[in-house]
Design a protein around this ligand. Sequence first.
Ligand SMILES: C[S@@+](CC[C@H](N)C(=O)[O-])C[C@H]1O[C@@H](n2cnc3c(N)ncnc32)[C@H](O)[C@@H]1O
Length: 358
Amino acid sequence: MSDPSSPKRRRLSELPVPVFTHDRATVYLGDAVELLPLLPAGSIDALVTDPPYGLSFNGHAWDDATGFRESLHDVDTSAMSAPEVFEAWCTAWAAGALHALKPGAHVAAFGGARTWHRMVRGIENAGFDIRDQIAWLHTTGMPKSMDLSHAIDKLHGVHRADRTVHTDDRDGVLGATRTVVSKGTPVTEDAQRWEGWGTALRPAFEPIVIARKPPKGNSVRNVLAHGVGGINIDGARFADDRWPTNVAFDPVQADALDVLTGTWQGESLSRKFPIFRFEHKPDASERPRAFGVSHSTVKPLGLMRWLVTLLTPAGGVVLEPFAGSGATVEAAMRAGFEVVAVEKDPRYVPLIRSRLER
Ligand SMILES: C[S@@+](CC[C@H](N)C(=O)[O-])C[C@H]1O[C@@H](n2cnc3c(N)ncnc32)[C@H](O)[C@@H]1O
């Protein structure tokens, strides 16, 4: 909640010096809500981003109302619910993006299934047209579900002697992983009644909204005048020249589809969709580590490269306001674009740098 008695932090009136530049990449350390309005108006060709989802992921302040309120320090958020704060925050960064993007320029932004509607509304509130959504279907998501029966036994102060839990902290980035090896036998009558009930499905897709800054005139006139407004169908073709789809798979999901459906017209169905890896804990080649820090929500390079290629014209500038470890930054560079990135947390800047220097 913003404290009305606390002195307001002075807003920057011009863009700060980048924290570093490398080849065609320019990286700013700061708050995207503050910095995007300071970028030159109409200077950006595409925005591809993996912003906070508003899920308090792993307890990170940047992913909950505390972090969002910091960015909205001149908005009175005191009467807003957490979802309303998240939407107001999305509206704020999207308004800055609208200023920085060329007319007709596209946005691709990831969201979380539970909060994505707020982000989409925020992007629309800011003045963008919502054009599509891409569903990235994956297999390795872990359900964050409460075992109601076990929780009831605990509430009644009952210990299940035959319950076994394995704790694995090999990785250290996402914290300890607890695996229930055996749920044990429900003891109380209430627990027996609710055996088998939980509170959440296993997540198996990530939505990616595709939006566009309204073009000036129609798409044809806008493309000719501003060099953006279309999507690069040929550049984003996959598997023997297929038209890009608004569904993408991870390899295991694709295999599962093929097992279920066999073949259709002589080929496996999964070949009709682009396929990108999904991993909660990508290996070192995809998740940089510097000074003992690595990032907990790294996106795969292949998927980010496909998105920047889909939306950015040749020689164009990609904006990533929430860079994290820099997956979008590296993808844009590898695809031959310029990139402007913002990251608020100084601990992640060396990760971005290490991607560009390798
Ligand atoms: C979901 S992570 C991005 C991860 C990235 N896709 C990767 O592959 O590493 C979102 C990032 O946004 C940053 N962030 C949160 N609020 C911000 C803000 N207001 N301005 C700039 N960066 C912010 C967080 O520190 C976090 O690193």
